[in-house]
Design a binder for this molecule. Sequence first.
Ligand code: E4P
Length: 220
Amino acid sequence: MKFFLDTANLDEVRKGASWGIVDGVTTNPTLIAREGRPIAEQVHHICEIVEGDVSAEVVGTEAESMISEGRELSKIHKHVVIKVPLTRDGIKATKALSGEGYRVNVTLCFTPAQALLAAKAGAYIISPFVGRLDDIGHNGMDLIRNIAAIYKNYGYRTQILAASLRGPVHVIDAALAGAHIGTMPFKVMDMLFNHPLTDKGLEQFLRDWAKVFQETPVAG
Ligand code: E4P
């Protein structure tokens, strides 16, 4: 499973990348606006830090403007994946941009039918939002399971990116459901490391070691 960071914050991207397990980044207009810098500048910085796909979202709402905006966004860096919303115009733009060889991430997906539309239009990535469905009383993870089953039936190559993940259980459930990618806020990725028995076990090992050897071993 690929791990993406869902952020436009450079400190978070740098810290996550230093762990060696970040395969890409997703941004959206809210996340970019939060950082207060022009999208081209911010996305370029992110692309220089992470060796992988970096989604940059269009803000146009008509197919023609999404297409021209998408072409411009892709010039920022070779890592850029053009992100478009799942609307009629978004699907039209996806078909056109995919046909030109661009990688497109179709976002704001909330039903399997929408995911089918994205796959048919040649999307590189589909982004179903798990947490936002949970928020309105639905089972967000069912969406991931259903898309995985449908894409398998027809051999669609569109990657399923589980988005709007709110905690470690979401990440594990998305992996079990067959998501190719999970995108998560920095704090969720950070939480994946934690277990009290890991901390307790390490403390014990170091205490036992220090009783006999006192010093830290020197490599070699
Ligand atoms: C995905 O690409 C979106 O940016 C993101 O996962 C949305 O998550 P949220 O529902 O926590 O805002």
